[in-house]
Design a protein around this ligand. Structure first.
Ligand code: UN1
Length: 509
């Protein structure tokens, strides 16, 4: 039944027209429209979107500033109820969002389903957390005084979101800021404006006031930079490159304004370490899942497989065999494992890296080339064997896995290598020796360690996700410490005796 509903929903969604434009009360929209295209079918226009101009950005900032006091005064339980309503709406229209994720972001149906579920999980998780967090806490104190601690939103929050989770991360960032009492200006990634627009419309329908949540599609210079340098902005929540996070941090710091908050989740150079006690079949299955799901376009994805030399030949041989089974193609087909990468730029960067690897490393495995590949921005998965991790000079955001061998006395050197990258997002460990697992997980400085399983797909509320060092500022999305970062605290001390709470003026100092 569910499958039939999904199929019917997908078919209905396929006949709809899609568009996006700024959602800013009072704006006169005059900007040019741009075509949105399907990454799997270069020539297919899937909708139009209109970018925000500078006047619209300014109006959005004014609206968000004006709307803050009343949205922040709405009881947290009321804000949480709106999120819960939005979760129900999104679930009931799951097929439409899956279709959009395939159409505009090139996601497979399986990834589209995961995307909608994660967005719904974020809505319900932050709603539940807000209900618990926003209770006025009575603090113990001296007799004659009452001390309470109140949480409040900070003001205007800007959400700058990535194209690789255009619904899940987009929604998660926005609703965390909103439910904490902030007004939000959402700047989607330019590649996924249509999905972002549909999500914002749904949140409005669920009851978020239009001025409390505004939508500003556009480029980084006109929209992103204008927002982050504005003194009216209290904080920014960002997922994307480390370089952009640094630029946002500098912009916030340079303002003659209150000190802005930055919550950033950035890149990685994620390793999977397998020792000789691990099961080669499982290592290969999890390496493939972690490196090539979502066409490798997850910041959690495995980029480097460190395999102990005694099992290395076996693992590399099995990897080559298994990769021959990967089906690269149209993400709308259920048979497809690996869809396109997001656009021609992304493809160009991967090709450039592969060309260097072809010269400087050894190609050990590839997936088969299919007819679909010429029609869009497809990169056929590859695996290279390296001599040293230093051959990787940047994060390669796509389906390329790098293999390195290590000897039994080199485990600490491997750990040092990984830490030296400065990134610290995910780590996979495959070993059946507890002592080895403990040594690795305690020494490697990352945000998420996964032992004897794949290293992607962190579940909201169960596996809080986020990195350290170059990989982000924390706190982790989908974890208990995330919402508090969007709030500010107020301590209220009241003299409750007629004569005064403090017995003597002399004790005041
Ligand atoms: C990202 O790619 O920005 O664990 C984050 C995962 C996802 C998060 C990825 N839940 O793979």
């Amino acid at each position: 039944n569910q499958l039939r509903e999904l199929a019917e929903g997908l078919a209905a969604a396929a006949s709809k027209q899609w568009s996006a434009a700024p959602l800013v009360p009072g704006a006169q929209l005059t900007g040019e429209t741009t075509n949105a295209t399907n990454p799997a079918k270069r020539s297919q226009v899937v909708g139009q979107w209109q970018a925000a101009d500078s006047a619209t950005v300014e109006l959005a900032l004014r609206n968000a500033t004006d709307a803050f006091e009343s949205w922040n005064a709405t009881p947290a339980a009321g804000r949480a109820a709106i999120l819960e309503h939005a979760a129900d709406l999104m679930e009931s229209r799951m097929a439409e969002y899956i279709h959009l994720c395939t159409l505009e972001a090139g996601k497979t149906i399986a990834d589209g389903i995961a995307e909608v579920r994660e967005a719904v999980d974020f809505l319900r998780y932050y709603a539940a957390q807000a209900r618990e967090l926003f209770v006025t806490e009575q603090l113990p104190g001296p007799t004659g005084e009452s001390n309470t601690l109140q949480l409040s939103g900070r003001g205007v929050f800007v959400a700058i979101s990535p194209w690789n989770f255009p619904l899940a991360i987009f929604t998660g960032q926005i609703v965390a800021a909103l439910v904490a009492g902030n007004t939000v200006i959402a700047k989607p990634a330019e590649q996924t404006n249509l999905i972002g627009y549909a999500a914002i419309r749904l949140l409005h329908e669920a009851g978020v006031p239009a001025a409390a949540l505004q939508y500003l599609p556009g480029d980084g210079a006109t929209v992103g930079a204008a927002l982050t340098k504005d003194p009216r902005v209290a904080g920014v929540v960002f997922t994307g490159s480390t370089e952009t996070a640094r630029a946002i941090n500098r912009a916030l710091a340079a303002r003659d304004a209150a000190i802005g908050v930055l919550i950033a989740e950035t890149g990685g150079q994620n390793a999977l370490i397998a020792d000789s006690s691990s099961l080669p079949e499982q290592v290969v299955k999890d390496a493939i899942g972690s490196a090539f799901t979502s066409a490798g376009q997850r910041c959690s994805a495995a980029r480097v497989l460190y395999v102990q030399d005694d099992i290395a030949d076996k693992v590399v041989g099995m990897l080559a065999g298994a990769m021959k089974e990967l089906v690269v193609g149209d993400p709308a087909l259920l048979s497809t494992d690996v869809g396109p990468v997001i656009d021609a730029d992304a493809l160009g960067q991967l090709q450039e890296h592969a060309a260097r690897m072809d010269r400087e490393a050894t190609l050990v495995a590839t997936a088969p080339v299919t007819d679909a590949v010429d029609q869009g921005s497809f990169f056929v998965p590859r695996a290279y064997e390296l001599q040293s991790l230093s051959q990787l000079t940047r994060e390669n955001f796509g389906p390329i896995l790098h293999v390195l061998r290590w000897k039994s006395d080199e485990l600490d050197a491997v750990i040092d290598d990984i830490n030296r990258t400065g990134y610290g997002l995910t780590l996979g460990v495959h070993s059946r020796i507890d002592e080895t697992v403990n040594r690795i997980t305690s020494r490697v400085r990352v945000g998420n360690c996964y032992v004897n399983r794949n290293q992607i797909g962190a579940v909201v509320g169960v596996q809080p996700f986020g990195g350290q060092n170059l990989s982000g500022t924390g706190p982790k999305a989908g974890g208990p410490h995330y919402l508090p970062r969007f709030t500010t605290e107020k301590t209220i001390t009241v003299n409750t005796t007629a004569a005064g709470g403090n017995a003597s003026l002399l004790t005041l100092a």
